[in-house]
Design a protein around this ligand. Sequence first.
Ligand code: HEC
Ligand code: HEC
Length: 160
Amino acid sequence: MKWFTSITVLLLMAILGIAVASERADPPAPEGLRAGAGSFSQTLEAPPIAGVTEKRGRMERNYPEQPPVIPHAIRDYQVDQRHNRCLDCHSREAAPGAGAPMVSITHFMDRNKQVLAAVSPDRYFCTQCHVVQTDAEPLVENRFRTVDQVLHDLVREGRQ
Ligand code: HEC
Ligand code: HEC
């Protein structure tokens, strides 16, 4: 009878093990920035790409050194070694004709603040710093304040 008991115990343990393993095979995915977490084996649909904002025209900067956001679509604009589509409108020569603001003087400076004749290689890949303004909702809640709000609060507290 002893062997019968041990086999039953072993069998029970095996069944329990399978139950636990199948539970673990598809655990819930971590709460990411996408809506809904799903499980590890699920491929959830990507959220739709945010649209370029309807508000037209240049937008206020939140602090003086902010790279201004781009107030127009830039889809399929070529920026590579052969051509820079942005400079077709924003270069010194093209800006007046295109009705676009010229890249600022800082874009002609090398790392030693020496002003060069052409846009500095440091500033060639415009989208490294400039992004299109979209209607995307913030992914995480934040308490960002513009420089004016910060200044205003400092003055009120009598610290400046
Ligand atoms: C066909 C011409 C054209 C091209 C190409 C173009 N832009 Fe513009 N861009 C404009 C015009 C015109 C404005 C001004 C819009 C306004 O005043 O309403 C502008 C505005 C901007 C601004 C806002 C500047 C400010 O001070 O608010 C940024 C930044 C900008 N563009 C970056 C880019 C970048 C980066 C690219 C390439 C990916 C690019 N643009 C390509 C015409 C162009
Ligand atoms: C390393 C980051 C960086 C890169 C790369 C860069 N910019 Fe800027 N850009 C800035 C910052 C910061 C400002 C605002 C402060 C300033 O003028 O330097 C600015 C300002 C501008 C402005 C507003 C100028 C004005 O006087 O109002 C335009 C237009 C612009 N950039 C276009 C471009 C274009 C086009 C390119 C690519 C050829 C480019 N930028 C590359 C950071 C960058």
